[in-house]
Design a protein around this ligand. Structure first.
Ligand code: ZN
Ligand code: FE
Length: 252
């Protein structure tokens, strides 16, 4: 499984997936036609377009790419009205094969009501869209904070060595937020060094991995006593901590 990171717009990432055995080419969340097509052209084909959610910065390339390469668009069944060009309607927990690669659909509402993530269980690779970012999580637009909290908990339960490919390069700004509320976290400080090295060379900080995120991403650490203390909310539930952090981040 070869993954090419395609920077799009200001800070979006689309991802091309190439599976050699069956020469299958897929793309996750084609943000815009031109940047994605430049990469797809190298392969001369595009079999599948995978959509995590309906926001324009994730699906704007769907129709033009589909038209040019006669691709099949995959999206969440319950969001079929909003995924441009949808052909294959996926259900929660459904398994689907693109060539020799199999992924599982994980329904993760919160950012939108129809958001899904794609989990390649064997390869331990997750495409998380705008649900889980490196050191952050997506804004709660359509669902409730409870939805988002539960969705992140679903992702937390995946294999710790899972690589995470998310929808945006927000890592630096997310770091600034995490360190404010988790100032003593030595893993976070270590992670900052890596992030700065990458960004200095204009490279993506993606992929991250779940082990790192569990130790450094405050939105996955709502059960942490130190964090609760810093927030002055030591008697609050994990979900209340999540809501507080998400609110604080919205105005950060
Ligand atoms: Zn979005
Ligand atoms: Fe987005």
């Amino acid at each position: 499984m070869k993954i090419e990171i395609i920077p799009c717009l200001n800070d979006n990432y689309s991802y091309l997936i190439f599976e050699k055995e069956t020469n299958t080419v897929s793309i996750v969340d084609p943000s815009e036609f031109n940047s994605c097509d430049r990469i797809v052209q190298k392969y001369k084909k595009l079999d599948y377009i995978l959509s995590t959610h309906h926001h324009f910065d994730h699906v704007d390339g769907n129709l033009k790419l589909k038209k040019k390469y006669n691709s099949k668009v995959l999206g969440f069944d319950k969001d079929k009205e909003r995924i441009p060009g949808i052909d294959i309607k996926l259900k929660d927990n459904q398994k689907f094969k693109i060539g020799d690669l199999e992924f599982k659909v994980i329904f993760v509402p919160g950012h939108t009501n129809g958001h899904i993530a794609f989990y390649f269980e064997k390869e331990k690779i997750l495409f998380s869209g705008d649900t889980l970012f490196s050191l952050g999580c997506g804004k709660v637009f359509e669902g409730t904070h409870k939805d988002m909290f539960n969705s992140l908990n679903k992702l937390k339960s995946l294999s710790p060595d899972t690589k995470i490919y998310c929808g945006h390069e927000y890592t630096k700004k997310n770091y600034d937020f995490c360190i404010k509320y988790d100032p003593e976290n030595s893993f976070l400080k270590e992670k900052a060094k890596l992030i700065n090295l990458k960004l200095k060379d204009n490279l993506p900080t993606i992929p991250s991995n779940l082990t790192d995120e569990l130790k450094t991403n405050v939105f996955l650490r709502c059960n942490d006593k130190g964090l609760k203390q810093t927030l002055n909310l030591k008697d609050c539930s994990d979900q209340e901590i999540f809501t507080k952090l998400r609110d604080l981040k919205d105005t950060f």
